[in-house]
Design a protein around this ligand. Structure first.
Ligand code: ADP
Ligand code: ZN
Ligand code: ZN
Length: 723
């Protein structure tokens, strides 16, 4: 008798057995089954003859969802992730599927449309619309900025957006096409640039490995033309009728990037897979990828699980980026899984970055990965980086004389500058000068941050918000002071220094509204913005052609934190920010205001020398016995009860069997010891051998599960990137 072994969306480490009623069930089918008095969707991992459960007690599979079964390779990937990352198979399976196909009532999606301006539409001017026709004007603006919109975008613009678009179709200003098939009118389809020697070498070497497993590091300074290399490879892969999966960091997947690809490949079906998409659209794109129709899939980390029957190449852009690591549930690294997939499917994988992670760099220098470099920019010059010693600066001054002069000169030239500070809010602390009181969050072990925009105190950990106190709650002193600076304070200072400049602040607060950041990016490119002030949101991949000056304000704090990865991350971030300067035909300059100009990190930044700093860091890591020379897993636990937490971690620290090749450290409080009223602690396990650590973890998990510490929530983070 046939039995289907099914993964269900619940935290159980095993599969569930169900009987078939003559259905043609295969591995990879999504099925509807009865489970705990309700109906739920399951994923079939196996079809077998016997169950160790009595036949009479087995329930029947109800129906099969109308989705092509997932291919074996995808099932194998899910199984591997579930085991490697110590996550129950059902949770792992369902973490990887688009929401829509997980529904009992799943029905294949309706036709989706894409809307684009026609040539006539492109020639519309704002003057053609009466001043009060704001929707018409906004619609035109939005089409010009985004080139292509979908129904959801139009509805997001206004409830009448879709209706108005339909009338514009009748006027011949807009065309609609079935989704995924559109070619955008060739607005500025540039000729392909002739490759530089380094680009050419990279393309030739990687192309030669198509059809076999081959991991590559493509290290190229920002603006060195990595994307151009990707283009050529994608072309080659598409030419062979195969698919390319391009993974990008969360924040980089902008309509601009998609547009750059669409312009380059007007004939190719390209789909995006990321969290900004509506569920229906995401599902439709996933189906197009699964069917092999989409030749290019651009997605964020989750896209690594997309079934791609004709996979020919995987590219991970900005491979060092932390957003490739999922931080909850199935805590996978999409970059590491990309390597797994590439081996499994026998295709090359290209990891691209200006500042590769030390893990990847070590793999390249030890010869496990092929190592390709793009050492210079084909068009713009590498930006000059200068260090400004702030130790001698008069108290209260935030910018050095030199920086003020440069910002002024940049304004006069009509170019853009970027002032980078990775701290949002007005001031990171509110203190009383009389008694030393400072505003703390009542629920977290963290200070409250003073925000100017709503005159409130915000907790950046639990989201708690309070009014600004009129006086010190401890001594009554009315003169409370904001200590330090956040982006809002910089914005204000800059406004006072340059009253006529257009200043735009970009951080999580100013971009909270959906699509706000996308609209702002369009503004930065097309409108007059003189000075950008912002956090790391501005650091990544964006290409602002008029931006020539970057000022980095006091990034020193990260040099002195407990996390051994802090300097690696800071260096990556500052290299990225520096790379924003002078992208087009205007030369760029970078000023770093620091109290430690002699620090090797800043010295390497000044020389734009990734390799020498990476070598320094690797030596340190080797001596200290840190990754990539050891493998780590972190047990994280939290509880409202501190004693329950401690006793759980105490139990965890005493596994029944000792593995000689695994070191188990003492339990310690997390970096933020309390968040939202929950105490947090952790315990680090470490080994020189990945396989030994894996063996230990699967036993350890049983040991942890056996301890029915009901008031403690815990999880194991394998290859954690934050301690
Ligand atoms: P990266 O992805 O490494 O940051 P890009 O691929 O975005 O760099 O390239 C930066 C700029 O240089 C782009 O405007 C791109 O069109 C241009 N570019 C890339 N390769 C060449 C080349 N071989 N010749 C001329 N321009 C190029
Ligand atoms: Zn006080
Ligand atoms: Zn809090």
């Amino acid at each position: 008798m046939a039995i289907a072994r099914v993964a269900l969306d619940c935290p159980v480490y095993s599969l569930f057995d169900y009987r078939l009623t003559g259905q043609e069930i295969q591995k990879g089918h999504l099925v509807v089954v009865p489970f705990r008095k309700r109906r739920t969707v399951g994923l079939v991992f196996d079809v077998v003859e016997h169950s160790h459960i009595e036949t009479a007690r087995l329930l029947y599979i109800e129906s099969i969802l109308p989705v092509e079964p997932l291919p074996e390779t995808t099932l194998a990937l899910i199984e591997f992730s579930s085991e490697y990352y110590q996550c129950p198979i059902g949770l792992a399976s369902f973490a990887t599927l688009p929401a829509t196909v997980k529904r009992v009532r799943y029905a294949p999606p309706k036709q989706q449309w894409q809307y684009v301006l026609t040539r006539a539409g492109l020639e519309l001017t704002p003057e053609q619309f009466p001043a009060r026709a704001t929707l018409q004007r906004r619609l035109r603006q939005s089409f010009l900025a985004n080139r292509m919109l979908r129904a959801a975008d139009l509805l997001a613009l206004s409830s009448g957006g879709l209706r108005l678009t339909e009338t514009w179709i009748k006027k011949g200003w807009i065309e609609k096409h079935p989704d995924n098939t559109v070619s955008i009118p060739e607005l500025s389809l540039k000729d392909q640039p002739a490759l530089t020697d380094e680009q050419h070498a990279a393309v030739v070497k990687i192309s030669a490995t198509l059809g076999s497993f081959s991991p590559w590091l493509l290290e190229g300074v920002t603006g060195s033309g990595k994307t151009e290399v990707y283009f050529r490879l994608i072309e080659e892969v598409a030419h062979r009728g195969l698919q390319t999966l391009l993974l990008v960091p969360e924040i980089n997947l902008t309509p601009q990037l998609e547009e750059r690809f669409r312009q380059r490949f007007p004939g190719l079906t390209l789909v995006g897979l990321h969290s900004d998409l509506g569920q229906a659209e995401r599902c439709a794109n996933w189906l197009a990828a699964r069917a092999g129709e989409a030749k290019v899939v651009i997605g964020t980390r989750l896209a690594i699980f997309t079934p791609l029957p004709k996979l020919g190449l995987i590219i991970v852009d900005e491979e060092h980026d932390g957003s490739f690591k999922q931080q909850e549930g199935l805590r996978y690294s999409a970059r590491d899984l990309a390597i797994f997939c590439a081996r499994q499917r026998q295709v090359p994988v290209v990891l691209g970055s200006a500042t590769p992670s030390l893990e990847t760099y070590q793999n390249a220098r030890s010869g496990r990965f092929g190592y390709l470099r793009l050492s210079r920019r084909p068009v713009a010059a590498t930006p000059g980086v200068r260090l400004v010693d702030t130790r001698g600066m008069p108290k209260g001054h935030k910018f050095s004389e030199q920086v003020i002069k440069q910002l002024g000169a940049c304004l006069v030239r009509g170019e853009q500058s970027l002032v980078f500070l990775n701290r949002r809010g007005f001031a990171p602390a509110l203190v009383c000068g009389a008694c030393g009181w400072n505003a703390q969050c009542g629920r977290c072990s963290a200070r409250l941050v003073w925000h100017m925009t709503d005159a409130g105190l915000h907790c950046h950990y639990c989201g708690n918000q309070q009014h600004l106190p009129r006086a010190c709650p401890s001594c009554g002193n009315q003169d409370l002071k904001g200590l330090g600076e956040g982006t809002q304070r910089l914005e204000r200072w800059l406004g006072e220094l340059y009253p006529r400049a257009h200043i735009l602040r970009i951080d999580r607060d100013s971009t909270r509204r959906k699509r706000a950041w996308q609209e702002m990016q369009a503004d930065i490119r097309t409108q007059r913005v003189d000075i950008l002030v912002g956090t790391q949101m501005l650091a990544k991949g964006h290409d602002f052609p008029r931006l020539t000056l970057v000022v980095i304000v006091n990034p020193d704090a990260a040099l002195f934190t407990a996390d051994f990865r802090a300097s690696e991350k800071l260096f990556q971030q500052l290299m990225q920010v520096s790379g924003r300067a002078g992208r087009a035909n205007l030369p760029g300059e970078v000023f770093v205001q620091t109290q430690f100009p002699e620090h090797p990190l800043y010295q390497a930044l000044m020389r734009q020398d990734y390799r020498s700093y990476a070598e320094d860091l690797l030596n340190e890591r080797k001596l200290a016995g840190f990754p990539p020379f050891v493998y780590q897993a972190l047990l994280r636990a939290e509880s409202h009860s501190e004693s329950a937490l401690m006793s759980f971690l105490g139990h965890a620290a005493r596994p029944p069997t000792v593995n000689q090749s695994v070191t188990l450290f003492d339990p310690v409080p997390a970096a933020i010891a309390k968040i939202a009223g929950k105490h947090r602690g952790q315990l680090l396990a470490q080994s020189f051998a990945r396989a030994e650590l894996q063996r230990f973890l699967s036993e350890w998990r049983l040991h942890l599960t056996a301890n029915k510490a009901s008031r403690v929530r815990w999880s194991i983070d394998v290859d954690p990137i934050e301690l």
